[in-house]
Design a protein around this ligand. Structure first.
Ligand code: GLV
Length: 377
């Protein structure tokens, strides 16, 4: 295995912090250096193995910013704790790569980066929805392949969104933002499935509906459904915004795909294993009118056999949060999590994390997922 390359910043700093991938922007580094950290950044493109991370942590390490591509398991947290580590942050809002009970057992707080991905990720889900439904990637390949011989009445006919039904599974921040974009932009009716009602979302759409009616347009509706099947049966578009855990693994399987409309669009910008990808390949093969837009894959970075051959699937490489503003914001929040923990700051008491992104950095820790378990206030 080729040895990885590292760069070191503020080499005389008091706290040793390891960052397992180079991060976008510079504010994150300024935050760590201002907190008297010596910052060691892996500048190689390849993903570090658990063994390589353990080796780098070594005998003494105060904190780590890690990546969703790394399996932060009990072994890694025990290594970090024995090295004196007291802070970890994922460079991601999702943390299915982190064994939270193991981190808690090692008394290591785990940070994540909510609040800067919401619109960016929802916008990408919208882009995938339209790419799939209006066959953008397929038509692009057709043009580049020199196959266009002139306008035809039935060339690449796709889905009309206006007035249709959009189904959102997981109506948290990102799911709700996506739902609003589809309702406001395209006058779709929304159905959603979530363990909890999203009253703010329902009220927003009710108000928007009144606005439409006042302008002589048809109303739009929202409905929280009891079962996933209820949602799948009526939706023209289904977008997945759940976390990945044992309850959502293969949430979309062959049986549930069979409940969907034969010409529906399925979009996944959550985590790959939420869909049984083999079942999706089989479904898309036998239902050519069905389309899918995937940002994430079950065995990422690999794709299940046959997926890449399907014209009715749009595939992009886990880039839903990839805008400069969001990725720099994520880096800033991850750094503020680690720096804040090392400086003994309290938890930030609001969902609005924008104050961390410019000006003086608040003397607080933006987001810790096991804060309650570790009695961090
Ligand atoms: C990206 O997938 C994230 O969870 O931040």
């Amino acid at each position: 295995m080729t040895p990885k390359e590292w760069s070191v910043h503020n080499s005389d700093g008091d706290h040793r912090v390891i960052v397992t991938k180079a991060l976008p922007g510079t504010r994150w580094l300024d935050i760590l250096v201002s907190a008297a950290c010596r910052v060691e950044v892996c500048t190689s493109e390849d993903v570090l193995t658990v063994g390589e991370i353990k080796e780098r942590i070594g005998e003494s390490c105060d904190g780590v910013i890690g990546q969703l591509t790394e399996g932060w398991n009990a072994d890694l947290f025990a290594t970090l704790a024995s090295a004196g580590g007291t802070a970890y942050s994922n460079f991601a809002v999702g943390y299915n790569n982190v064994d939270i009970p193991a981190a808690t057992a090692a008394e290591i707080p785990v940070g994540n980066t909510p609040g800067v991905l919401t619109e960016t990720t929802a916008e990408r889900a919208v882009a995938l929805t339209f790419s799939a439904g209006r066959r953008i990637a397929e038509a692009d390949r057709f043009m580049r392949g020199g196959e266009y011989v002139g306008w035809r009445p039935a060339l690449f006919m796709g889905t009309r969104f206006d007035g249709g039904t959009v189904g959102v599974i997981g109506a948290g921040r990102i799911g709700a933002a996506y739902g609003r974009m589809m309702v406001e932009g395209h006058k779709m009716n929304l159905v959603y499935f979530d363990l909890y009602p999203n009253e703010a979302l329902e009220q927003y759409i009710a108000d928007y509906s009144e606005f439409l009616v006042a302008h002589g347009e048809s109303p739009v509706t929202t409905k929280r459904v009891e079962t996933i099947e209820d949602l799948l049966a009526v939706s023209d578009v289904v977008s997945l915004h759940t976390v990945l855990d044992e309850t959502t693994h293969h949430l979309i399987n062959a049986e549930r795909l069979a409940v969907m409309k034969s010409d529906a669009i399925l979009v996944n910008s959550s985590r790959g294993p939420v869909i049984d990808e083999d079942a999706l390949v089989a479904h898309c093969r036998t239902n050519p009118e069905f389309t899918a837009g995937l940002d994430v894959f079950e065995d990422e970075p690999a794709m299940k056999e046959g997926l890449a051959d399907l014209d009715n699937v749009v595939i992009v490489p886990h880039i839903a949060s990839a805008t400069k503003w969001t990725r720099e914001g994520m880096a800033t929040l991850a750094a503020a999590n680690v720096a804040g923990l090392l400086q003994g700051y309290p938890l930030w008491d609001s969902d609005d994390v924008l104050p961390f992104l410019s000006g003086d950095v608040p003397r607080a820790v933006p987001s810790i997922v096991n804060a309650t378990e570790l009695s961090i206030e």
